[in-house]
Design a protein around this ligand. Sequence first.
Ligand SMILES: Cc1cc2nc3c(=O)[nH]c(=O)nc-3n(C[C@H](O)[C@H](O)[C@H](O)COP(=O)(O)OP(=O)(O)OC[C@H]3O[C@@H](n4cnc5c(N)ncnc54)[C@H](O)[C@@H]3O)c2cc1C
Length: 304
Amino acid sequence: MRDLIIIGAGPAGLAAALYATLKRLDCLVISRDLGGKSNYSVHIPDSDGPAAIRADELVTIYKSRLQYLRHSHRIAGVKRLTASGGTFSCTVDDGSTEEARAVIVATGTHLRRLGVPGEKQLLSRGLGYSSISYSHLFTGKRVFLAGDSDRVLDSTLELSIHADAVTTALLAGGRFTGDLVARARDLDRVTIVEEATVREFRGDDFAREVVLASEAGDQTIAADGFFVELDPQPNTGFIGDGISLAGNGSLRVDGTNSTDVPGLFAAGDVTGNEYAQTLVSLGDGAKAALSAYRYLIETGRTKE
Ligand SMILES: Cc1cc2nc3c(=O)[nH]c(=O)nc-3n(C[C@H](O)[C@H](O)[C@H](O)COP(=O)(O)OP(=O)(O)OC[C@H]3O[C@@H](n4cnc5c(N)ncnc54)[C@H](O)[C@@H]3O)c2cc1C
């Protein structure tokens, strides 16, 4: 049995792996890929410049360290994680099992899509799923947002500081806080379209316009950037009985990235953190690994 299994090797899992290796833990990383969502970035027409800090370059360094340690990881999916008597068991896609005294879950989230024409083709080319990393690039530009929760209104308030024009589609069937809608509607450069349905994204090399249906009829809106701000879904479908999840499917952690199950830790987007960012996940992964290390020492469970 190992000391530690880390499930997922995005920024959170990679940082956790680095710390676990430094602490000489007998650790195995099981992940469908290395790098996770940091392998993607959104390009905005005429806005791409050298970023002040390239978080993805840090991830690349961590990734190459793990690739070098060939026996430290398996490229595979975990389909079941169970806990019993202080031991964790992971069932991998090929049916094999791996056991450890502690586990860090760092499986991130997956994006919810609208499923409309043009969305898949224009992804990352002027069309993204979270404006948080990009709002500063919209100074003097036009941006379109669509969403079904207050998340899209928070982004609207932020983008209204930078952009010349923000059009926000509040999707039909969504749930929004009235005060937040009123605040956004009062802003000079913001147009709110209620009960909206996105029909299509159109473009060439980049997304250029969106066709939107609402009570006012169909309209075509041109913009420099487009964001579908639907709440992402935590990748926790493999979590077995005895491990509780929050209402939105995320794994609840405290300030040390510990869950309420002794020996189980979680890090990064899967914890439902407010700020889904590469640097935040890297820090989270480091904390989870240090907490797992402390747990293993305190419970006398380091490898003989
Ligand atoms: C298009 C796009 C652009 C972005 N741009 C930026 C940006 O510019 N700046 C920024 O700071 N942030 C950006 N982000 C956000 C950032 O990428 C995430 O916050 C970060 O990657 C989260 O790290 P994580 O390790 O928690 O999860 P993830 O990166 O999602 O990694 C999860 C890992 O778990 C693995 N996994 C999932 N399920 C299983 C399973 N059952 N078994 C085994 N492995 C599993 C996956 O293969 C993956 O390796 C962007 C996100 C997207 C989608």
